[in-house]
Design a binder for this molecule. Structure first.
Ligand SMILES: [Zn+2]
Ligand SMILES: [Zn+2]
Length: 463
């Protein structure tokens, strides 16, 4: 289909021909986009705008409910077949065939939000849900969109700003002193999602390090930078542009910094790891027959004991499969607790024979298990698995990391719910300073933990 672009270009050519030499020179000598656009806007006459409006109006797709219905049905089929990208495209097409602001529109937006959710596009998903509800999405169906919205907001972490270091979601644990309500205090999943970008003039002056000595957090549009360790006078204040030593190997970090920021990273972490030839734990695998760590060489991974060579691709596929199974089980709702538990336990067994003990996936599986147990109300088992994942998180991200802080917060919530007073207190004591370092003393999470502590201290039967 050919859009109105061609017609508009003809119109522009006509305008160009009628310009003076001086005007043309002003236009062509401008190499910066901003001033160029301002100039073009200045020259755009009401007659041009009218032409543009007319062109766009004549290119609107004709409204046809039966086509829309057909597209929606095909979208649903793709959704069932888990082809979410195709479903998204079909629902979007369907929207073109129904009048804007119609009830059919509401249904299509609601369906599209489900596809967006599966594609992890949580912000877009929330926007579609809002559109659907504004257009009169049936109230008897709204429980579905509402729980989807809640899941999105949870994943988006409720923070604004450029959010690589996402803020933890605000209070979701039961209010201390109040009975535990249904679903309250469950262990929540957290994922870092980029929800927006902003320009921070002074913060952008900071140099990068893959192992920085500061941490950034966002409150609305305000950025706060805090030191994570004492910085001696005269030493550089360093900030991580994204590639962090705990999340990527040195090769990948340097490559992405080179592509995006045009420099070869020589930070302390890169220099240290650059000379180290052994692969990161994330890139290691075990030999299934004998259990020893495989070593990477040309053509694949080789076991030093059995001398067998395993193709790299096959190991990567097994890992990918494991990850998918884990995520699938982790996303099952509370009506499928038993299935989720069985699947996660299988993942755990598979992971043990495929990956070395220090591989971060073990911790992620424990984290998922904890979440399922918590949904089930089995706080003891949830705490046990969180303890194990805590260890993995500390190993991977470091003792001063924001990831560890968030994991401690979760553990504190679970221990609080199980009224394990002493353990909860000691975890709170670890979590508070760490969260304060990353988010500041007046942050919601810090207040929540302090409230938990005072609640625990006032429990009857205590000393
Ligand atoms: Zn570096
Ligand atoms: Zn072997």
């Amino acid at each position: 289909m050919q859009g109105p672009g061609l017609e508009w270009r003809r119109r522009c050519r006509l305008r160009w021909r009628h310009m003076s030499d001086l005007q043309r020179r002003r236009f062509t000598s401008n190499t910066r986009l901003g001033p160029l656009l301002r100039l073009a806007r200045h020259w755009l006459s009401p007659a041009d705008t009218a032409v543009l409006d007319e062109l766009c109006a004549s290119w609107r797709a004709g409204k046809d409910r039966s086509t829309a219905l057909h597209l929606k049905q095909r979208g649903n089929d793709s959704f069932k077949a888990r082809d979410y990208l195709q479903a998204l495209s079909l629902y979007t097409k369907g929207l073109r065939y129904v009048p804007a602001d119609s009830p059919e529109c509401a249904l299509l937006y609601a369906n599209r939000s489900a596809a967006l959710y599966q594609l992890h596009r949580y912000q877009d998903c929330v926007e579609d849900i809002e559109r659907a509800e504004r257009l009169g999405y049936p109230p008897e169906l709204q429980h579905k969109t509402q729980s989807r919205r809640a899941a999105c907001l949870q994943r988006l972490g409720g923070s604004g700003g450029e959010s690589r270091e996402s803020e933890p979601p605000s209070a979701a644990s039961p209010a201390p002193g109040v009975g535990v309500g249904e679903g309250a205090g469950s262990v929540r999943g957290m994922r870092e999602v980029c929800v927006g970008t902003a320009l921070y003039c002074w913060a952008s002056l900071l140099n990068h390090s893959c192992q920085p000595n500061t941490t950034a957090s966002f409150q609305g549009t305000r950025i706060t930078l805090r030191a994570t360790q004492p910085i001696p006078a005269g030493e550089q204040v360093l900030h991580c542009y994204g590639p962090h030593w705990s999340r990527q190997c040195v090769g990948d970090r340097r490559k992405s910094l080179q592509t995006q920021y045009y420099f070869w990273c020589e930070c302390s972490a890169c220099v240290r790891e650059g000379g180290d030839r052994s692969p990161a734990p994330q890139a290691q695998f075990l030999c299934r027959p004998c259990g020893s760590v495989l070593s990477l060489e040309e053509g694949g991974y080789r076991c030093v004991h059995c001398t067998q060579l395993v193709p790299q691709q096959s190991l990567q596929q097994q890992l990918q499969q494991l990850r998918l199974q884990m995520e699938g089980a982790g996303n099952m709702d509370s009506t499928h607790t038993d299935t989720a538990l069985a699947q996660l336990q299988q993942c755990q067994a598979d992971a043990q024979s495929l990956l070395p003990a220090q591989h971060p996936l073990h911790g992620e599986i424990d984290d998922s298990l904890a979440r399922v147990y918590a949904t089930h109300g089995d706080w003891g088992a949830a705490a046990q698995h969180l303890q194990r994942s805590l260890h993995a998180v500390e190993l991977q991200y470091g003792a001063g990391s924001v990831e560890l802080a968030q994991q401690l917060l979760k553990l504190a919530q679970v221990l609080f719910n199980s009224r394990s007073v002493c353990e909860a207190e000691s975890v709170i004591d670890r979590a508070v300073p760490l969260l304060t370092t990353h988010y500041g003393a007046d942050h919601d999470t810090v207040a929540e933990l302090k409230e938990m502590r005072s609640c625990l201290q006032s429990l009857p039967g205590r000393r």
